[in-house]
Write a protein that binds this ligand. Structure first.
Ligand code: HEC
Length: 238
């Protein structure tokens, strides 16, 4: 009771509760169609901009061909960066974790399940939230991941932003195109965290079709059987 009174007195005195002191930034939801074309674009961007540091070790290269329809030639040109990579292996970055930890202070985590761990909105907002901060060793900070050790690797595309969102340097693509690129990378990480979603969705119409045909057949069978039952009953009655 005494504690309650104290809290009430503090609230009256105008002290904010501790959680409200620093509001968490609002997460933004990406807009994309979760289809092969989007995920493929995301996979290519990932290969060019992220794979040097991050693995998605639970995805085998092979799946890019079977699930996303990337022909082997494209796979080797665009994705298979480590020279010793084989098609049946998981996508492991060429960077050794111990070297990465030395360079960045933290080893870049495997991102296969990142979308399940953080959520899609978080990843999308994170990729868009880097800003210039001369106090950080990389020269950049992030609104949703304070004091992040990752450099602003999408800076050539997005340009450089100040903490308040002001543009310090323009990027090579328009802000709309940058949003699409960040959304494609997010779609790719959604795919790696649940690769069978594509297959499940492709299978859906077939399952519904099967159920519809089966219902019609069952109904036709029921009519035949009951017609015989009724006929039998009327013959027995006469
Ligand atoms: C130069 C190396 C490097 C590159 C390239 C890089 N990252 Fe990172 N990334 C890191 C490091 C290091 C961390 C760990 C940051 C920390 O814990 O402070 C990290 C963290 C992350 C996280 C947060 C992980 C968590 O803790 O939940 C995500 C998401 C991420 N990176 C996505 C990406 C994406 C997407 C790309 C490509 C657009 C990319 N990274 C490119 C080094 C890199």
């Amino acid at each position: 009771m005494r504690r309650l009174l104290l809290v009430a007195a503090l609230a009256l005195a105008g002290f904010p509760p501790p959680a409200a002191a620093e509001a968490a930034p609002r997460l933004e939801a990406p807009h994309y169609d979760f289809d092969r074309a989007t995920i493929r674009k995301g996979a290519e961007l990932f290969a060019q901009r992220c794979f040097a540091c991050h693995s998605v070790a639970h995805i085998r290269y092979q799946r890019l061909e079977t699930d996303l329809g990337m022909p082997l030639g494209t796979l080797e040109d665009d994705i298979m960066l480590p020279s010793d990579a084989r098609i049946h292996q998981g996508m492991v970055s060429a960077m050794r974790p111990q070297d990465a930890a030395k360079w960045f202070g933290v080893a870049p985590p495997d991102l296969t399940l990142e979308a399940r761990y953080r959520g899609i909105d978080w990843i999308y907002t994170y990729l868009k939230s880097f800003y210039r901060d001369p106090k950080r060793p990389t020269g950049f900070n992030n609104h949703v991941f304070k004091n992040v050790a990752m450099p602003d690797v999408l800076e050539p595309l997005q340009g450089i932003l100040a903490a308040d969102g002001r543009v310090i340097k323009k990027g090579s693509v328009s802000p709309q195109q940058f949003d699409r690129d960040a959304a494609d990378i997010t779609a790719w990480l959604q795919y790696t965290s649940d690769p069978s979603k594509l297959e499940r969705e492709a299978l859906g119409p077939w399952v519904i079709g099967f159920l519809a045909v089966f219902t019609l057949l069952a109904y036709a069978l029921k009519r035949v059987v009951w017609r015989r039952v009724h006929r039998g009953a009327s013959q027995a009655g006469s």
